[in-house]
Design a protein around this ligand. Structure first.
Ligand code: UDX
Ligand code: ADP
Length: 457
């Protein structure tokens, strides 16, 4: 089975870059990305490639090469589905906010709606690929919806048939194009070997065969949630040890280096900090917790729940510690918060540790001066609401009159700050709280600042 046309439903953070790379690597395949959101599609079609709706290094070049050739963005969903040999479902699956499972389970209304659309519009045989991160056994729902339409006669054409595959995406923000072009692995779950080989054939255009893993549907769906849960668990684990280091005189970076040298543990994802943020980790673990509860595995649910709880604890701990060091009160004191994004090199603030830490400090009466090179005032406003905070244009402006600097995002510029200049404009005794352990501690101390570093004290 050779694939000539692909339709991707959902032109978001996952669908857009993934389809752009497939189109780039497979010039013989026509790839159409559809979305109901007209503004988003217009942005994907903008002649100015700096205005694409997703910012990822290298994405503009890939889109520039393929758009109009074999990569198309449109709001015309039905004809694109009808023409497709393969349809990717790449729609949003946020956490439910109401009803059963609110706050934990995924809201599957967009997956169901898109599956129904495929059921209605597809012609001939169509391979349907789940790209969104989904709860285990969602493929059963998708299959049930598609099977109800199977055998129906589409116009004068032949009856329609479907195969469902799971092909989760592992890309991280800021490195999406590299993660897509040089993946550690590609995961394809399914029961229909012809469909699996058709999708594997696409990836094999640029991915080594041994990196293309084939599993059953449920293993594939579960592996995505598990990968994110394990990554998040490492962060909670190292953050728990950071607190113990601060209490005992150990240094968490030295401990991380020592344990990371063990090839069974590995050196990556052992950077202590203010806790994990981003759109995936918390959402996926809560989803896992909900699934475990659903299957009666309360101890397993509690185990993974504790990873999220430790993350929240770390954030409150940092806010509390700032208050304690500033003589037990921050009422009316100016604190310069350096970094608001959930990690460096993105303007994304979803679940950013800065949000919870700033809320705690505002609750204690602090006046916050927030500096982030990429996050806009409107975004901070959306995250913090009204309160005694303001956005500063530079680190120096934020530091003016401040009692403390609090580093929450690992932006490169925070590695080499002009310490004597900053110390000169701060109120004494002045503090640096380095929750990412990236600042030049000696230079800050030499400039007269008191210092607290995560995992060092
Ligand atoms: C993550 C996964 O990496 C990706 O595979 C999945 O598809 C989506 O979720 P992303 O959310 O973009 O990607 O960010 P990631 O780089 O994984 O960082 C997540 C959070 O963990 C950030 O807040 C980051 O600051 C924090 N982190 C990461 C640490 O605190 N310490 C580390 O050592 C690594
Ligand atoms: P992700 O980060 O998983 O890519 P996003 O929220 O960025 O998620 O993108 C999902 C996209 O899917 C949104 O742009 C949304 O408009 C689109 N979408 C959701 N349901 C449908 C549907 N039934 N048909 C077309 N597009 C849809």
């Amino acid at each position: 089975m050779s694939i000539r046309t692909i339709c991707c439903i959902g032109a978001g953070y996952v669908g857009g870059p993934t389809m752009a790379v497939i189109a780039d690597r497979c010039p013989q395949i026509q790839v159409t990305v559809v979305d109901l959101n007209e503004a988003r599609i217009a942005a994907w079609n903008d002649p100015d490639l700096s205005l694409l709706p997703v910012y990822e290094p290298g994405l503009d070049a890939v889109v520039g090469r393929c758009r109009g050739r074999n990569l198309h963005f449109t709001t015309s969903v039905e004809p694109a589905i009808a023409a497709a040999d393969m349809v990717f479902l790449s729609v949003n699956t946020p956490t439910k906010t109401r009803g059963v499972g609110a706050g934990q389970a995924s809201d599957l209304r967009w997956i169901e709606a898109s599956a129904r659309q495929v059921a209605a519009c597809a012609q001939g045989h169509t391979i349907v690929v789940e790209k969104s991160t989904l709860p285990v056994r969602t493929a059963a729902t998708v299959t049930a919806i598609l099977e109800a339409a199977q055998g129906e006669v589409a116009g004068e054409a032949q009856s329609k048939t479907f195969s469902v595959l799971s092909n989760p995406e592992f890309l991280a923000e800021g490195t999406a194009i590299r993660d897509l072009e040089q993946p550690d692995r590609v995961l394809i779950g399914g029961e229909d070997s012809a469909a699996i080989e058709a999708l594997a054939g696409i990836y094999s255009q640029w991915v080594a065969p041994e990196k293309i893993l084939r599993t059953n549907l449920w293993s594939s769906e579960l592996s995505k949630l598990t990968a994110n849960a394990f990554l998040a668990q490492r962060i909670s684990s190292i953050n728990s040890i950071a607190a113990l280091c601060e209490a005992t005189g150990a240094d968490v970076q030295e401990v991380a280096r020592a344990i990371g040298a063990d090839s069974r543990i590995g050196a990556k994802f052992l950077q202590a900090g203010p806790g994990f943020g981003g759109s995936c980790f918390q959402k996926d673990i809560l989803n896992l917790v909900y699934l475990c509860g659903h299957y009666g595995l309360q101890e397993v649910a509690a185990y993974w729940q504790s990873v999220v709880e430790l993350n929240g604890w770390q954030q409150h701990r940092i806010a509390r510690l700032v208050v304690e060091r500033l003589f037990g009160t921050v009422t009316g004191k100016r604190i310069a918060v350096l970094g608001f994004a959930f990690k460096a090199d993105t303007n994304d603030t979803r679940e950013a540790p800065a949000i919870r830490i700033c809320h705690d400090l505002l609750e204690e009466g602090a006046q916050l001066a927030l500096y982030d090179p990429k996050v806009s005032e409107a975004q901070i406003q959306a995250d913090l609401g009204e309160g005694s905070w303001q956005r500063s244009e530079t680190v120096l402006e934020a530091a003016c009159g401040a009692d403390a600097l609090l580093v929450l995002t690992e932006w490169a510029e925070f590695r080499q700050l002009p310490w004597p200049e900053l110390a000169a404009v701060m109120r004494k005794p002045a503090w640096l709280f380095d929750a990412r352990a990236i600042c030049d501690a000696e230079a800050a101390r030499a400039a007269g600042l008191n210092l607290w570093t995560v995992g060092k004290g």
